[in-house]
Design a protein around this ligand. Structure first.
Ligand code: NI
Length: 211
């Protein structure tokens, strides 16, 4: 196992649409080693999720550890289907854009389907923090960064966000403790805008549409 170098903003691989993994190739030692290395890199980084393009590999492969105390889940060729039109707004950060956080609207509830590392299909219904995190990671597979979806006026360095709080006036810090750490604690944390405005679909993809 090895800790892999993380691609940072400006690396072309982060802007490419990643290639699907050929399921028959999941038996290849090289691919299994990549998965092991991604898991080790994720653990070392202290992040929540990691997509293969972030380690300079243009493959549709994600590791995601959103459940405390449980090992990260490996998702091969993940596909998302929205289960609601409701959006949640939260501060996100990215290992490929170190030091920054910004507010992004995401779909609140979805289904993710794909293969595990043994090639077995899975289907998971996710909401809250896990739903947000998987959207962030699958975006990486499509060459999209959270900055592209971010309200740029909310962008802040982690330290300043911790010091001054969110600049976004629509942000109300009524976070449920179960939802995860506070903004600036090193991970994205779900918070809900309750300014009464209708949810705004920033993703450009609706329920039932292609991902
Ligand atoms: Ni990221």
């Amino acid at each position: 196992m090895a800790i892999l170098k993380i691609a940072r903003l400006g690396a072309p691989v982060l802007r490419q649409v990643a290639e699907p993994v050929v399921p028959d190739r999941l038996g290849d030692p090289d691919l299994q080693r990549l998965i092991d290395d991604m898991l080790e890199t994720l653990e070392d980084s202290g992040g929540v999720g990691l997509a293969a393009p972030q380690v300079h590999r243009s493959s549709r492969l994600v590791v995601l550890g959103t459940e405390p105390g449980e090992p990260p889940r490996v998702m091969v060729n993940p596909e998302l289907t929205w289960r609601t039109a409701q959006m949640v707004r939260s501060y996100e950060g990215c290992l490929s854009v170190p030091g920054l956080r910004g507010a992004v609207n995401r779909v609140a509830s979805l289904t993710v389907q794909g293969l595990d590392r043994a090639g077995e299909p899975f289907s998971l219904d996710l909401e809250g923090f896990a739903a947000i995190a998987v959207q962030h990671e699958v975006d990486h597979l499509d060459g999209v960064l959270y900055l592209d979806r971010c309200d740029t006026r909310t962008l802040a360095f982690t330290e300043e966000l911790a010091r001054y709080g969110p600049l976004d006036p629509s942000f109300h810090r009524r976070q449920d403790p179960e939802d995860g750490p506070e903004p600036g604690a090193g991970e994205p944390s779900p918070e809900v805008a309750d300014d009464g405005s209708p949810p705004h679909l920033l993703l450009g993809r609706g329920p039932g549409s292609e991902n």
